[in-house]
Design a protein around this ligand. Sequence first.
Ligand code: ZN
Length: 324
Amino acid sequence: MKWYSWLTPHYKELVKLYRTNKAHHALLLNCPVPVGEALLAQALAHWLMCTNRQKERICHQCHNCKMMQAGTHPDWHIIKPIEGKQLLGIESIRLLTDTLFRHAQQDGNKLIWLPQIELLTEAAANALLKTLEEPPLNCFFILSCHNLQQVPATLRSRCLIWTISAPDESYSLQWLKHNLPKQTDEHLISALRIYSGSPIQSLTMLQSDKIKDKYQFIQNIGQALKQKNIVLLLSSLKESKNMDYLFWMITLWSDAIKWGSNTRNRIINVDCQQIVQQLAEDIPALKLHQQYQLLLTTHRQCKQVSGLNTTLILTDVFCRLIVS
Ligand SMILES: [Zn+2]
């Protein structure tokens, strides 16, 4: 099974809680950034299912182990939004509850993995709350969220909340180097900071051409600013990446602000330091802040309102930032 080394201490500590009966039947993994929590949930479920486990180890031999390995265990339930839907509706929770209140298929533990519970509709969250308040016997829930504040307080109060932060940057950097020995440290650190320290998301970005796209775009922004000319910049853009462009500009402007305020060691675009310095030196601090606000507002609007012509909006932003 695929595994991430930073999950191991969490696995060991959580298993210890289950072994000593200090765990809760509802565990909420609070992961501000993706850290591979689905693997951890699966490993914990597997341990809880194994009928011949030794301390934190599973046997790999029993019937339950074999079914878990094959992904065919009838009492291992994974609940996710139906494809095409963003939120998880009440039907999914009702269906789950019906199944749980019947006898366990294998007469043992029942395990439920419910990731990103921020995606529950209000009705679904209420239905889940009832089940958590009066759970069926031998039932273990493993839930996760990326934003704990968006989880209803009533649900939170029914769970053992277990926070898994992103690994240290130096640790993640070594892990990324091991996976991508040809990438420069600057690209690796930049990707890590773009994704708030998530090594998994950084790896995905680095394995695609996205990090190079970001690098090239920021170089083009630097040129456009120098020459007060957006024509070259516009001709190199792809509509499908408009939201990325806006986000990368936010990181660049926030870096320029950091550059001017002595927090240079935390800039995101460490692979484009010259451009960051150029912005910080060429644009007065007050104007930088105003432009940064404009980028934030524009990005938020484009995210919240569907059907906007983002190319037109981006062109307008370029005119206001670069030509004005
Ligand atoms: Zn086993």
